[in-house]
Write a protein that binds this ligand. Structure first.
Ligand code: ATP
Length: 247
């Protein structure tokens, strides 16, 4: 039996009176990269927000590292070891790169010393040398790919056991998008971080993940290993661009 780091059961979520998630079950095991696929409006972002404490109109259960975290606010969840990189990065455009990174570690102070965090920041700079080169620039002056690196670097400074990434390649040129997904793989290899990844680019996501879930209008339509999902004719025709009839 694999070691579950995240267990999601029966999640339902609403915006006002409208239910958009209809009872989602999902598990992520330690050390895995798991992709969450599905078309626009399927409910991927809402599900991540339910998991990390950003969406409150919800039912169900979320256990993280064996603890019930379902009703904890996001700022507490991050302290338990879950970092969320939201869609469109949401870095602070008017703060420097260095200050954006410090913010990632802010909830760990004063328990963790400034010196220790500065040391960890060096590790992030080693991983993303472009951020070190630009550390005194304002976040808003970085390119889209660099902003994504900054958002990931900031999340790493919270020392996450689980990283939730919401569409990290959105709006990036294909080569940069590929580089970002390679970085996700390297983070798992170097930091041992488990990853739950939302991606529109199903092919790229399946190439780096161990397993995947496919959401369709608020329900899990399919789940399996990335190989099983890649070989499913429904996924091939709907998300991978093969000319099968949709089943
Ligand atoms: P995308 O890839 O477009 O971000 P998604 O799979 O992440 O899509 P969600 O953004 O979670 O899907 O949206 C799920 C459903 O909830 C959609 O029908 C969407 O229109 C609706 N929705 C999302 N945000 C809101 C909101 N703030 N208010 C009302 N409805 C919303």
């Amino acid at each position: 039996m694999q070691n579950a780091i995240l267990e999601v059961e029966g999640i339902k979520a609403r915006y006002g009176p409208v239910e958009v998630l209809h009872g989602i079950n999902l598990q992520v095991n330690e050390g895995e990269i798991v992709s969450l696929l599905g078309s626009n409006g399927a409910g991927k972002t809402t599900l991540l927000n339910c998991i990390c404490g950003l969406h409150s109109s919800k039912e169900g259960s979320v256990r993280f590292r064996g603890e019930d975290i379902f009703h904890l606010p996001a700022e507490v969840v991050v302290g338990r070891g879950m970092a969320h990189v939201p869609e469109r990065r949401q870095i602070f455009a008017t703060l420097t790169v260095e200050d954006n990174l410090w913010l990632g570690a802010s909830h760990r102070m004063p328990k963790t010393s400034k010196k220790e965090i500065a040391r960890e920041m060096e590790t992030v700079y080693q991983r993303f040398p472009i951020l070190e080169e630009r550390k005194w620039q304002l976040g808003g002056t970085l390119s889209g790919g660099q902003q994504q690196m900054l958002a990931i670097g900031r999340a790493l400074l919270s020392k996450p056991k689980l990283l939730l990434l919401d569409e990290p390649s959105l709006g990036l040129a294909p080569l940069i998008a590929k580089e970002i997904l390679t970085i996700v793989q390297e983070i798992r290899a170097e930091w041992g971080t488990t990853v739950l990844l939302v991606e529109q680019n199903a092919r790229a996501a399946l190439a780096i993940s161990d397993r995947a879930y496919v959401l369709n209008t608020g329900t899990v339509m399919l789940e399996g290993t990335s190989e099983q999902i890649s070989n499913d004719p429904r996924v091939q025709s709907a998300y991978l661009g093969y000319a099968h009839e949709a089943v």
